[in-house]
Structures are given as structure tokens and as C-alpha cells.
Design a binder for this molecule. Structure first.
Ligand code: GAP
Length: 405
């Protein structure tokens, strides 16, 4: 039994599985690709949406002090000048500074054309809406703003599949607090981040905290802790937590007035930041397992049911038997689909092939409707992780799955 395969070619296996099973494709592939870009297939998108929903539920919906926002990707270039990115958001290329913001232009008429940038972080969209948020919702300190959205960086060397891309997605929180409370909330958010990582099924044994040194910290940060992961290509950053001080609000000339005391202050910011694509890569790496079944190596993705792209697959044993297809469709598939949404129909190839396909998609349960079903109203439910099969009454299927997830 080889659980959690750690072979050197693990990345190749993941990349190939992602393409074969419709998770992730190379961007612009039929034209030779565009480095650092990827396209998302049905199951990859489902997994990505589940990651984002779980994040939003924990950090926005389940809290009273968080305000969601969705801001424009194109922003006035003055935002990036004030935020220090025009000067500082750079990498080094042959010893020279190279700004990694992707530049574009806005406006059609010559006299109207203005330089703009595709945002390299979602954070600034929140900072520039700080006053709008305070005026609209009258929040008391401490409170936060949260955003999920695309970010773009002209990375010098995009590499390692989803790890370093030029177009990717971030989930960010800017948490505004009084200066004297920053250390307390820094520790608090560290705990919240770790809790969510565990909740979605990241292999916590491979997570390490790194106190980022003065010379390696971003220009806006006074303290940063990176959560690193042991990828097959080395220990590298997964998510980050930064103390951005009052750097951004001060530079945008924004402040906060306490409604009770009329005191004017510039709040300080704790920023928990998460890359969606790295979360996805790390979940794939954490979930990938191989074991031996009947002399063959079986690959499967052990996703938690709450995050898996598909909760169950419904299969009539034979697709050319109308009585099985009819039963499977009306009595099993339709009610489960209505209840769980993430349910798929799979009648392609023999049962062994269907199981192997669903194992690679990470589907926790495969339900098969056979001739016995027609007489005793029971179906076979096969467990992805153990390969074991149980006969379950059709009327109990919903509660059986609910209990398991
Ligand atoms: N607002 C703070 C900020 O943007 P960052 O550490 O530069 O901080 C945040 O980026 C997160 O975005 C990272 O922890 C990582 O998960 C993700 N990320 C950054 N660059 C990336 C890239 N080129 N490709 C994929 N994800 C990336």
C-alpha cells in the first residue's frame, strides 16, 4: 500500500490527471500556450468554487465584523503610485530592477489615453474603498474588508504549474484595528488561517511558519509570517499574514473617526492573504494517493466531501437496459441532484473504468443501480477510500450521504 505518494514525479502525475479529468488546462494550448496562464475545466472550477465558498463562509458570512467587496481590476494609476507599487513592486532581472505590474492603457481617443495596471493584489481595491465602507456601514473598530478576485503579475519566471502564474486569484482580508492592538490581532488571524487550512483538508504536517526577514518583506510590511508548504519542488510560500501598519491608509490620505468619542485616527492593518490557485495545488497534493488494487496501481484524490468537486456519481449498471436507466434517473439521480447539486451521471465504460475515473476526480461515493435494485429498492454504494461496497435502501440514500459528509 503506497499512501500519499511522494515520488519525484508527483507533480507530473498531478498535471496529467488535471488535464485528463478536466480540472486544469494550459492557457491558449492549441496555439502553443501563454506562459503563466491556465484555463479551468468543469471539475477544477467546481473545486475552486468550493474553496472560495468555504473561505467566504468562514471569514465573511459567519462573522459580524467583515464587509465583502468586489472592486475593479483596472484602477487609476495614482492608486499604484500612492501605494508604492510603481516604485517598489519589482523583481530583479540580471541585476536590474524590473517592475512586475502588467501595464495597459485605457481610453480610445489619443488625448484621453491613460496608463493603467492590471492589479497585482486585490488589497488596494479595499483600501481605496475604506471611506465608502465606513460611510455606508458605520463599523466600529476592529473590523475587516474581504475580497476574492483576480490579480496579475508579470512574473519573470512563471513555473511549477499553478504555483507561480501571471494571472491568478487571491482571497484577501484587510483587518483594521487600533495600533496598540495589532499584535493581538496578528496572533488571532494566524490561528484563524491555520484553522481554515485544516478545515479544507490541507496536509498540516507539511505546513511551516516562516518569520520573513526585514530584507525579504514587502515594502508595506513591518512583520510578515509566511505559511509555507512542502511542495515536491521544495518548501515554498502558500499563504501570508502581514502587518501593513497604517502605510496604505496614510498614503491614500484616509482616516477614521470614532463616532462616540469623535477621535480621529488612522487604523492599522493586519492582512491575511490567500492564493486560490496555490490552495488548489496544495489540496491536490494533499489528497493524492496511490494504492494497489488487483495488481494495478489505483490513483485517487482523497478530498473531504465538503470540498470535493463531486459528492456522488450515479451509474446504471448497463446503459442499454432502459429499466435500469429509468430507475437510476428518476429514483436516484434526480432527487440526489436536487438535494446536493454536486452529483453526476456516469454510464461511460464498464463499472471498473467508472470507479477508476471517479477515484481520480475524488468522488467520495459511487452509486450503482443493478437488477436487484428493481426488486428490492437497494443500490450499491462504493466508498472511494476503502473501495468497499454497501447495499443501501434507495429511500435512505440522502440521509446516508448527509451523515457521511
Ligand atoms: N496583498 C498582499 C499580497 O499580495 P503576496 O504574498 O504577494 O501578498 C498573496 O500574495 C498570495 O497570493 C500568496 O501568498 C500566494 O498564495 C498568491 N500568489 C502570489 N503570487 C502568485 C503567483 N504568481 N501565482 C500564484 N499565486 C500567487
Amino acid at each position: 500500500m503506497k499512501e500519499n505518494a511522494t515520488k519525484n514525479n508527483l507533480m507530473e502525475k498531478i498535471v496529467s490527471l488535471c488535464k485528463r479529468r478536466g480540472f486544469v488546462f494550459a492557457g491558449s494550448e492549441i496555439y502553443g500556450g501563454l506562459a503563466g496562464t491556465y484555463d479551468w475545466g468543469h471539475f477544477g472550477l467546481a473545486l475552486k468554487n468550493n474553496i472560495k465558498q468555504s473561505w467566504w463562509k468562514k471569514f465573511v458570512d459567519n462573522r459580524r465584523d467583515m464587509y465583502g467587496i468586489d472592486t475593479a481590476i483596472l484602477m487609476n494609476s495614482k492608486v499604484w503610485e500612492a501605494a508604492g507599487h510603481v516604485t517598489n513592486f519589482a523583481d530583479s532581472l540580471d541585476g536590474k530592477k524590473f517592475n512586475t505590474m502588467l501595464k495597459t492603457q485605457v481610453g480610445a481617443k489619443k488625448e484621453e489615453v491613460a496608463v493603467s495596471y492590471l492589479r497585482p493584489e486585490t488589497a488596494q481595491g479595499m483600501f481605496v474603498n475604506f471611506k465608502n465602507t465606513v460611510d455606508a456601514f458605520h463599523p466600529k473598530l476592529p473590523f475587516g474588508m474581504a475580497q476574492i478576485g483576480k490579480a496579475f503579475r508579470n512574473e519573470i519566471a512563471p513555473r511549477d504549474f499553478l504555483f507561480r502564474q501571471r494571472e491568478f486569484e487571491q482571497m484577501e482580508i484587510e483587518y483594521f484595528t487600533r495600533e496598540e492592538d495589532w499584535e493581538k490581532y496578528f496572533e488571532y488571524w494566524k490561528g484563524e488561517m491555520l484553522e481554515w487550512m485544516e478545515e479544507i483538508g490541507i496536509d498540516m504536517g507539511k505546513i511551516h511558519e516562516l518569520e520573513v526577514s526585514d530584507e525579504d518583506r514587502a515594502h508595506y510590511s513591518k512583520r510578515t509570517v509566511d505559511f509555507e508548504f512542502d511542495y515536491p519542488f521544495g518548501r515554498k510560500e502558500l499563504f501570508g499574514l502581514a502587518y501593513r501598519t497604517d502605510f496604505d491608509l496614510k498614503n491614500h490620505k484616509l482616516d477614521y473617526i470614532d463616532e462616540e468619542s469623535a477621535e480621529k485616527i488612522i487604523p492599522h492593518v493586519i492582512e491575511p492573504t490567500f492564493g486560490v490557485d496555490r490552495a488548489m495545488l496544495v489540496l491536490l497534493l494533499s489528497a493524492y494517493c496511490e494504492d494497489e488494487k488487483g495488481g494495478e496501481i489505483r490513483a485517487h484524490l482523497k478530498f473531504k466531501p465538503s470540498i470535493a468537486p463531486v459528492i456522488c456519481a450515479v451509474s446504471p449498471l448497463l446503459k442499454n437496459k432502459p429499466e435500469l436507466v429509468e430507475y437510476a434517473n428518476t429514483k436516484v439521480f434526480a432527487p440526489l441532484k436536487a438535494e446536493f447539486g454536486r452529483v453526476i451521471w456516469d454510464d461511460n465504460g464498464n463499472i471498473g473504468k467508472r470507479y477508476r475515473r471517479q477515484d481520480e476526480i475524488g468522488t467520495p461515493f459511487c452509486i450503482v443501480i443493478d437488477f436487484d435494485t428493481l426488486t428490492d429498492n437497494t443500490v450499491t454504494v462504493r466508498d472511494r477510500d476503502t473501495g468497499e461496497q454497501e447495499r443501501i435502501k434507495v429511500e435512505n440514500l440522502k440521509s446516508y450521504i448527509k451523515e457521511k459528509i
